[in-house]
Design a protein around this ligand. Structure first.
Ligand code: SAM
Ligand code: SF4
Length: 336
């Protein structure tokens, strides 16, 4: 029976008894890259008036914490483009009950912002990078910014971020020939290199199932080149399957939402930049918390909407099933 209900002080459970304690906060849909797998070349940006203010984001986060959220990740679009992002990070980090605050970025602006972000209380960054070859990076992102990203990674290391996670999406006939080079970054440096499977979120109908390179295929290639061992983890909600070179300083992770969906351990809810709660990256359900906040809704009503979103969550995303409903939003508008 679908009857689970969260009450104050109790975990935020859905109807399949999954505990929800992880909030992804998208703070902008704008970006300084145009990655092909994420957005079309020409984007229509959200109206500024529709984007949540810092006060609204902070209020929502405080309420989310009051119903059970303990971890938050800031994302976008490119979150470092948001004016005064450092001050937002500082205020989010100061919320009592947020035990883990992280941020996902394309790295382009990290040289300037890594140190201020660290000083503001951020300790973990994920940096997205899909090619180490300038021409290919340019083609994939439609922008020529690879040197800035590589320098941004060094800036993050200089500032003290640890671990630094480097996220790469491998695609057939596009960049999978660089998988070993990426994995080797974790051998000599303490980076956590994570391979993400390609998902249908490009907003242009480019995605084809046959272009997905599975984590297992990449792991098999890596095993041919060196000795890797599995890293054990006690965290059941961890989505990455973790490995490392026996003599490696860092780790290699595999996030396999297409070939091995981790819906059974999903702990995430999302807040979009335009104020919608989403209960699944790959679903179309949205709950309009901006309207609630802007029409005088109180904190208990916001809490109820969060609970409702969690209660309505489907058991699985359906991308491997016939009849999968086309996604309305592309990745940059959901928040990755
Ligand atoms: N702009 C930041 C960045 O690129 O890291 C944060 C937002 S981005 C949408 C978050 C993550 O989503 C990135 O790691 C990116 O590689 C990933 N991503 C975007 N589109 C994807 C897709 N179609 N399949 C898999 N991952 C995707
Ligand atoms: Fe921008 Fe990140 Fe999307 Fe690339 S993946 S276009 S960097 S939001």
């Amino acid at each position: 029976m679908r009857s689970a209900e969260s009450l104050p002080g109790l975990p935020l459970l859905d109807t399949f008894a999954r505990k929800h304690d992880y909030l992804r906060i998208s703070i902008t849909d704008r970006c300084n890259l145009r990655c092909q797998y994420c957005m079309p070349e020409e984007m229509v940006w959200m109206e500024r008036a529709d984007i949540l203010s810092f006060e609204e984001i902070l209020r929502f986060t405080r309420v989310a914490v009051s119903v059970g959220v303990t971890k938050a990740r800031i994302t976008g679009g490119e979150p470092l483009l948001r004016k005064d992002v450092v001050s937002l990070v500082e205020r989010l980090a100061a919320i009592e009950g947020i035990e883990d605050l992280s941020l996902t970025t394309n790295g382009v602006l990290l040289r300037k912002l890594a140190e201020p972000l660290y000083k503001a209380g951020l300790r973990r960054v994920n940096i997205s990078l899909d090619s180490l070859r300038p021409d290919r990076y340019h083609e994939l992102t439609r922008r020529d910014q690879l040197p800035q990203v590589l320098d941004g990674i060094e800036a993050a290391a200089d500032a003290g971020f640890s671990p630094i996670k480097i996220n790469a999406v491998m695609m057939k006939d596009v960049n999978v020939d660089e998988a070993i080079e990426f994995a080797l970054l974790s051998r000599t440096r303490p980076f956590h290199v994570r391979f993400l499977e390609y998902m249908p979120l490009d907003g242009q109908e480019l995605w084809k199932h046959e272009d997905v390179v599975t984590g297992a295929q990449i792991l098999a290639r890596i095993r041919e080149t060196g000795d890797v061992v599995a890293v054990e983890s006690d965290d059941l909600s961890e989505v990455a399957r973790r490995w490392r070179f026996e003599d490696g300083e860092g780790e290699i992770g595999f996030i396999n939402p297409v070939s091995e969906p981790f819906c059974g351990a999903c702990s995430r809810i999302r807040l979009t930049a335009d104020g919608m709660i989403k209960n699944c990256l790959l679903g179309n359900d949205e709950f309009n918390v901006k309207r609630l906040m802007r029409t005088g809704g109180d904190d208990e009503e916001i809490a109820s909407l969060i609970r409702l979103a969690v209660q309505m969550k489907a058991e699985h995303h359906g991308i491997n099933r016939p009849g999968f409903e086309k996604l309305v939003r592309n990745m940059s508008r959901v928040g990755g």
